[in-house]
Ligand binder design. Structure first.
Ligand code: C2E
Ligand code: CA
Ligand code: CA
Ligand code: CA
Length: 281
């Protein structure tokens, strides 16, 4: 029994050190990637429910890894957060997304009021460089601050309410829009939501996914939309994959959609190619 136990400990140690090695290598590669422009920003359209026209995009980062191929955020955002690299990574994404927005607004007729949503981690929000970075990016790219939306998860607000409130107020003063991401998956109360100067709620994909199959999901979505109405916030449903979901969401009062049904995240040069999409000014 003793021998067996020791064997197991060794196996455990080996897999642990392999995992550690993988993590350390990923961190080194990521540091390099940020400097070498290996990060690519994909864009996914956000459409208006009534007209189905594109009103904005969400910027979603990818990593064009030299040997591992195109990596999704799940493969490296956690490492970026643990190592603090999320701060320079986030700044690089913000600059790239706002530069793209600025170009589309200038060059595409009818796109003057197009919006860009950028995801922000709790760690970025907490970092003293964040507000100056946002201000500098707005300045450099010469965009209207109101056309930039920052998406912040519900859970990142709960971690430190005081700090989050201060950051929200500073961003609000800059004139940027604020959206609460993955809404419904955390624990914020109504009263608590009222404390933050925000303009939109994003209904988490998990609820949209359950629509049509689970009557409870419809009740939750309806409640979220009710909350948004009360607080005069926009609602964006994420993960809309088919017309049935879009229909049901419309019936529940949702006004903005995002999901594979309207467009998958894709590089900037792949946008605006479908003939059916139009723009509202
Ligand atoms: P999120 O902010 O909730 O973004 C939505 C995710 O849902 C994206 O995954 C998107 O590709 C995916 N999605 C959109 N429509 C559909 C659909 O119809 N069906 C399905 N099944 N999925 C859909 P992605 O691009 O893999 O990003 C995952 C998460 O990584 C994001 O979740 C966000 O939390 C994080 N992330 C992405 N880019 C950044 C970034 O630049 N900075 C930070 N801090 N986080 C980021
Ligand atoms: Ca998001
Ligand atoms: Ca989500
Ligand atoms: Ca998320």
């Amino acid at each position: 029994a003793k021998q067996k136990g020791r064997g197991r400990v060794e196996i455990f140690d080996e897999s642990l050190s392999a995992a550690l090695e993988h993590r350390v290598r990923t961190e080194q590669d990521l540091r390099n990637a940020i400097q070498c422009d290996e990060l690519v920003v994909f864009y996914q359209p956000i459409v208006e429910a009534d007209t189905r026209s594109i009103v904005g995009f969400e910027a979603l980062v990818r990593w064009q890894h030299p040997t591992r191929g195109l990596l999704a955020p799940d493969a490296f955002i956690p490492v970026a957060e643990e190592s603090g690299l999320i701060v320079p990574l986030g700044a690089a994404v913000l600059l790239q997304a706002c530069s793209q927005l600025s170009q589309w607004q200038r060059e595409r007729p009818g796109c003057e009021r197009l919006r860009m949503s950028v995801n922000v981690s709790a760690l970025q929000l907490d970092h003293p460089s964040f507000i100056p970075t946002v201000a500098a990016v707005i300045e450099t790219t010469d965009i209207d601050p109101a056309s930039l939306w920052l998406e912040i998860t519900e859970t990142s607000l709960v971690a430190d309410v005081e700090r989050a409130t201060a950051a929200f107020e500073a961003l609000h003063d800059l004139g940027v829009g604020l959206a609460l991401d993955d809404f419904g998956t955390g624990y914020s109360s109504l009263a608590y939501l009222q404390k933050f100067p925000m303009q939109a709620l994003k209904i988490d994909r998990s609820f949209v996914d359950r629509l049509g199959r689970d009557p409870e999901a419809a009740v939750i979505v309806e409640m979220i939309i009710g909350v948004a109405r009360t607080l005069r916030l926009l609602v964006i449903a994420e993960g809309v994959e088919n017309e049935e979901q879009a229909d049901e969401l419309y019936g529940l009062g949702c006004t903005l959609y995002q999901g594979y049904h309207f467009g998958r995240p894709a590089p900037a040069e792949k946008q605006w190619q479908e003939s059916g999409t139009s723009i509202v000014a």
